[in-house]
Design a binder for this molecule. Structure first.
Ligand code: XMP
Length: 515
């Protein structure tokens, strides 16, 4: 995508950085996110049509915080600073920033003070616009030759510009939906100021990816670890379109999948004429996990065993040159982020890369896409809907949903209970409104009574959540009658379960999975 019109987003650590990048793409222009520390030389080499400086948690009022390089502001590239991004512009161009008396958080109203290209075709209601603010600092002195374009009650300089230099700052967040017409403001920056042309529609993306794969791979063979999840499935569809039978998929059954999943994935891809080979390694995984209760250790064992199994299978196939992976853009951004301080809560990247000794070239065709874009191109590539709309399923599978010891009996019970829950969600039209739903096997026993008989059996928890980005989540307020029905079915149909509970904890403070 080197020569395409693109907007570069420099990430100062805002929770909204990825949202800015997604908005730009929704508007139809390619966007990339890079750490705010990227050198000006590298930025110029990327040749962006415009730059957006994101918000961030720091304050420009201390010397140790990351600032925009002053020479970037002199490089003749259109720049829009949002929140912290605006403050760092002010700070570098001899304006000033102070900590405000009132921390503005949430809805605010701005009024337009001077005409700005950013406000073209924006309809103000009695010169007021609803926006979303989230800041403690504010610009209190304009840089030289800048003018105010917007003010709010608590923030006189809520927007500024120097139209000659094409540098703009907004204290509010145009990227969030709470800002009325925020997308139009971004559009004005992208099309009117940066003069970008549209280049990011679903068919553009597919064409460019198919061409790029064909150019790279030519008539060599590509191996793909297919899990049946959205990302690897869409990679399979894309590669199949690009290189047909030179794609070979390996599906490793680690024995910790959902009930019926192996057959479902195999029959789906076989029906699409994709070369998919099943490896049943369930006994190996189970024996390695025997007696292991620590969640992180489980993840490591499953991840490493997966790599071992995959490598053995790959070596059986002759003349393979490429290994394809379903890496997506949030993985790329997160692994290149500047922030070394954030603590590792869980090691999610269960397939942490295959060993170099395999000597395969890496192909990551969807590494520039966000999840919603993966789904969109997946739909256009005719990926079956049941694959595209399925909830995410963690790599270690049921292994991290059985608290404590993992054994065959527990896996069978959990698979049955999970199927009851998911079938009922689908039958009651609730599945698609949730982001993820599953059952967890708890390491406790509880007393129950069936007929006149006392039972002392195991307990399961139902978990259902709603989220946009899986970084935070709300527990789903499923109807009581529905939960009751699922609970009844589970305790009636699975004799070794005496009790079902519902998890009503958000993230934070809990995580989505229990381990
Ligand atoms: P948490 O539990 O951290 O989960 O709130 C966020 C999302 O990540 C999934 N998850 C994993 N995915 N390997 C994966 O591939 C893992 O080890 C793993 N742990 C959690 C989880 O299902 C949710 O969608």
């Amino acid at each position: 995508m080197k020569n395409k019109d693109k907007i570069l987003i420099l990430d100062f650590g805002s929770q909204y950085t990825q949202l800015i990048a997604r908005r730009v793409r929704e508007i139809g222009v390619f966007s990339v996110v890079e750490p705010s520390s990227l050198s000006v030389d590298k930025i110029i080499e990327m040749n962006p049509s415009g730059i957006i400086l994101s918000g961030g948690p720091e304050t420009v009022t201390i010397s140790s915080s990351q600032k925009v390089d002053k020479s970037l502001l002199e490089a003749n590239i259109p720049i829009l600073g949002i929140c912290y991004g605006m403050q760092t512009i002010a700070n570098e161009l001899s304006g000033s920033v102070v900590t405000s008396n009132v921390r503005e958080f949430g809805h605010a109203k701005i009024s337009c003070v001077n005409q700005s290209v950013l406000f073209n075709n924006i309809s103000f209601d009695s010169n007021k616009l609803d926006v979303w603010m989230s800041h403690g600092d504010k610009v209190d002195l304009l840089p030289k030759n800048f003018e105010i374009i917007a003010s709010s009650k608590d923030c006189q300089i809520a927007g500024f510009q120097n139209e000659k230099l094409n540098i703009f700052g907004l204290q509010f967040h145009p990227e969030v939906t709470h800002t009325d017409q925020g997308k139009k403001i971004l559009k004005n920056f992208i099309f009117e100021v940066c003069k970008c042309r549209k280049n990011w529609s679903t068919s553009d993306i597919i064409d460019s990816m198919v061409n790029s794969v064909q150019d790279k791979v030519k008539d060599e063979k590509v191996l793909l670890g297919l899990s049946g999840g959205v990302d690897s499935s869409v990679v399979a569809m894309l590669l199949h379109k690009a290189i047909k039978n030179n794609l070979i998929c390996i599906f490793v059954d680690h024995g910790l999948l959902r009930l019926g999943e192996v057959d479902e994935v195999m029959s789906t891809f076989e029906a699409l004429d994709i070369d998919i080979r099943l490896v049943d390694a369930s006994e190996l995984f189970l024996s390695k996990l025997s007696g292991v209760t620590d969640p992180e250790q489980k993840r490591k064992i499953i991840g490493n065993t997966f790599i071992d199994v995959f490598e053995i299978e790959a070596n059986k196939i002759k003349d393979v040159d490429w290994l394809a992976q379903g890496t997506i853009y949030p993985d790329v951004i997160e692994s290149s982020s500047d922030d070394h301080n954030s603590s590792v809560i869980k090691s999610h990247h269960n397939v942490g890369g295959l060993p170099d000794r395999m000597n395969l070239k890496l192909l990551e065709p969807i590494r520039e896409l966000f999840k919603d874009e993966v789904r969109k191109i997946g739909a256009e590539l005719n990926t079956p809907e049941h694959i595209l709309l399925r909830h995410p399923f963690p790599g270690p599978g049921l292994g991290i949903r059985i608290m404590g010891d993992i054994n065959k009996e527990r896996i069978d019970i959990l698979q049955k209970a999970d199927k009851i829950f998911i079938d009922e969600l689908k039958a009651n039209n609730l599945y698609d409104s949730l982001s993820q739903a599953f059952v967890v096997y708890l390491p406790v026993k509880s007393v129950g009574v069936v007929g006149d008989e006392r039972r002392y059996e195991d307990v399961l928890a139902l978990r259902a959540i709603e989220t946009v980005d899986f970084m935070t989540a709300n527990w789903a307020h499923l109807p009581y009658d529905f939960i009751g029905k699922v609970s009844n079915r589970i305790v009636n149909e699975i004799s070794s379960i005496s009790r079902v509970v519902y998890d009503c904890t958000g993230k934070p403070p809990a995580t989505i999975e229990w381990e």
